[in-house]
Design a protein around this ligand. Sequence first.
Ligand code: ADP
Ligand code: MG
Length: 325
Amino acid sequence: MSLGEFDLISRYFKQSNTQITDGVEVGIGDDCAILELPEGYQLAVTTDSLVCGVHFFEDVCPYRLGYKSLAVNLSDLAAMGADPKWVSLALTLPIVDEKWLSEFCRGFFELALKYNVRLIGGDTTKGPLSITVSAKGVVARHKALLRSRAQVDDLICVSGVLGDGGLGLACKTGKQALNNPTPFIDALELTEPRNDLGKLLINYASSCIDISDGLIQDLKHILDASLCSAEIEVNKLPLSAAMKHEISCKTIVQKQALNYALSGGDDYELLFTIKQEHYLQFCAQYPDAQVTVIGKVIADNQQKVRFTEAGQTVNLQLAGWDHFK
Ligand code: ADP
Ligand code: MG
């Protein structure tokens, strides 16, 4: 390595976003960081690794990789309704490529600054490229949104639109030709975590999860934890204008779009359950929140997902569907 480990840490990480001081008594530079939790709050902690060749392509733009490696962690905090505060970063690098590192940091710190998140430590080692981020947030005592609290008759909602990230991946791997791949590849690589929404939902939703593995798979986690089943109205799944455009260009058919929306993965939207009256209160309070009702929780402790179209059960032969039979 041209640049030593400690020079690298001090050049790229130590002075990075020290303007954010909230709760940090000791940051980078000692054996541990020392953090102060506000009175009446609990700590929410999550870790996600991104491994080259598994979670990202070797040639991915380092700015986007830095952004996404933090975004997927912030998304887990969003799903619990936690307010992101601090993050640690374990980086394994094959070589010290300063151009690559500074672009990686540009993406990472751009997102960190957006959510007032301070880098408080990490580890830097040599080896095959991989990134492990651990994000820490705070949430008012006993208010965290759990997967296990969905109730029969709750509405099932999602934020944003579905399927674009999964379609972006299919496009990158050459499985899908598109009229205009850009918005889908952007959705895949420039993940936008829904932390603002997550923080609002703690006073309204009964359960919540972020959609990283596809709507159906992540919905199943809520159903398993809450011992209930779900009815999803396929015509209500929110698709992006870009996705609708591809359908109108006939590069993909409606059924493929549904497939991406239901099992594509990489959407990082929030999927949550909410009592009907709380949903009405939420909409009155936050009319601009981009959330769509896509179904409801039903009483059947077999944890199944039933698809409907205008109230009638439909049998969707979807990729990934077998897994849940
Ligand atoms: P130790 O050997 O005691 O674990 P290190 O020598 O690995 O400490 O790290 C020195 C300091 O730099 C520590 O405060 C550590 O948290 C921080 N650090 C190391 N790598 C990173 C990184 N990639 N990002 C942020 N902080 C880092
Ligand atoms: Mg170390």
